[in-house]
Ligand binder design. Structure first.
Ligand code: TZP
Length: 222
């Protein structure tokens, strides 16, 4: 496990490689099986982002995934669902613009769970830190196949600016590949978040191990 790398007394963000899920990208098997492989190969944290599922189905899927992450003490966060984060005793919740604001979510999840926030600009990244989020995911930094849904790429300059102005760790998302990890670190990113770079691949285990080793090289002092 990584040591505390973020400013305390907030709950430390002790991961650099965050896998965000999209089960529609997983082919020929279940999301659970793909995540089991990724966890076994060293993924450091998972954000469950299966926004189309009705509550009961999401509950049941989250329980299955929690069993997988618990085995290796990998933090599991859930997109938007503050209620499920508490009901299933997850590691945290990831908020989007339409979610509860950070202050309200904090009252529900407490200080012992992480709150992440999606940001798409320098101003949003700064605001999230000011609001009391534990970390920010900023993107899309690069072109991504899911481009239309997520907007135009922000690029390095915005990433660097957001990292300078945010008081909390910033994860880069959107088109992140192994080759791009060092450059986003150089721009000031605390870590990387990705979907397709891992879940869109048949060899989820190998590609996770590869990303994990790139992350270790990029942040050797962890
Ligand atoms: N937010 C901004 S881009 C994005 C999200 C959730 C998707 C990133 O997906 P990928 O496949 O890692 O480029």
């Amino acid at each position: 496990p990584l040591r505390c790398v973020a400013a305390c007394p907030m709950l430390p963000v002790n991961f650099r490689l965050l896998l965000v899920t999209d089960r529609s990208l997983v082919h020929g098997r279940s999301l659970e099986s793909a995540l089991r492989e990724s966890v076994a190969s060293g993924v450091q944290a998972i954000q469950l982002r299966e926004r189309d599922l009705p509550t009961r189905e999401l509950l049941s899927l989250t329980q299955q995934i929690r069993a997988v992450t618990q085995e290796r003490a990998v933090p599991l966060l859930i997109n938007d669902r503050v209620d499920l984060a508490v009901a299933l005793d997850l590691g945290g919740v990831h908020l989007r613009a339409s979610s509860l604001p950070v202050s309200a979510a904090r009252r529900v999840v407490g200080r012992h769970r992480l709150i992440g926030v999606s940001a798409h600009s320098v101003a949003e990244a700064r605001q999230a830190g000011d609001d009391g989020a534990d970390y920010v995911i900023l993107g899309p930094i690069f072109e991504t196949p899911s481009k239309r849904e997520f907007g135009d790429p922000l690029g390095f300059a915005v990433l660097a600016d957001a990292c300078r102005h945010s008081s909390v760790p910033v994860f880069a998302i959107g088109g992140i590949t192994r080759e791009r990890i060092e450059s986003v670190r150089d721009a000031g990113a605390f870590g990387v978040a990705m979907i397709g770079g891992i879940l869109g691949r048949a060899d989820v285990g190998n590609v996770t191990a590869d990303m994990q080793s790139a992350v270790r090289t990029a942040w050797p002092s962890d």
